[in-house]
Ligand binder design. Structure first.
Ligand code: ZN
Length: 160
């Protein structure tokens, strides 16, 4: 199958130039993604992770990091979409610039599990939020230590 590189009209194998533009014909490009690979992807995706509106679960620094994350998600059956993070007005063909990884909301929890991200805090909804702030955890640990020390002191005082 030959195709015109200018207007994309298909031509018979015997022709050499496009009947509309006169441009030399080229071999038709194979599909961007081989059929078998597309089937593989579709088979990996678990339907229960493919429902609901898309939510952002993680950001990637660039396209290749994003593709790596997408691959990790797909291995576990979570379909995902990568898109350029807002506010970075770089032409689409450039691989640089941060990306957002979005997954269907039914797969968001699984995606965070796979990527070992903190779950969003209560009340934050589907917006990717921070986990418990570090100072809260530190405070809880400190309180526990103080309480244990008080108990130990009380036991010591009672026994001796
Ligand atoms: Zn043409």
């Amino acid at each position: 199958m030959l195709v015109c590189p200018s207007c994309a009209t298909g031509h018979e194998d015997g022709e050499r130039f496009c009947g509309r533009c006169g441009v030399p014909l080229v071999q038709a490009e194979p599909q961007a993604l081989p059929q078998s690979e597309r089937h593989d992807r579709a088979r990996k995706i678990r339907p229960q992770y493919a429902e609901g509106p898309l939510v952002k679960v993680v950001g990637a620094r660039n396209q290749s990091e994003g593709e790596l994350l997408q691959g990790m998600l797909l291995e576990e059956g979570v379909p995902s979409l990568m898109r350029r993070s807002g506010g970075f007005d770089v032409p689409d063909f450039l691989a640089s610039g941060p990306r957002d990884i979005l997954v269907p909301s039914s797969g968001a929890a699984a995606a965070r599990d796979i990527l070992q991200l903190p779950a969003p805090g209560p009340g934050l909804g589907t917006v990717s939020g921070e986990g418990t702030p570090a100072w809260v955890k530190a405070m809880a640990v400190a309180l526990t230590v103080v309480i244990l020390a008080l108990i130990a002191a009380g036991v010591y005082a009672a026994v001796f």
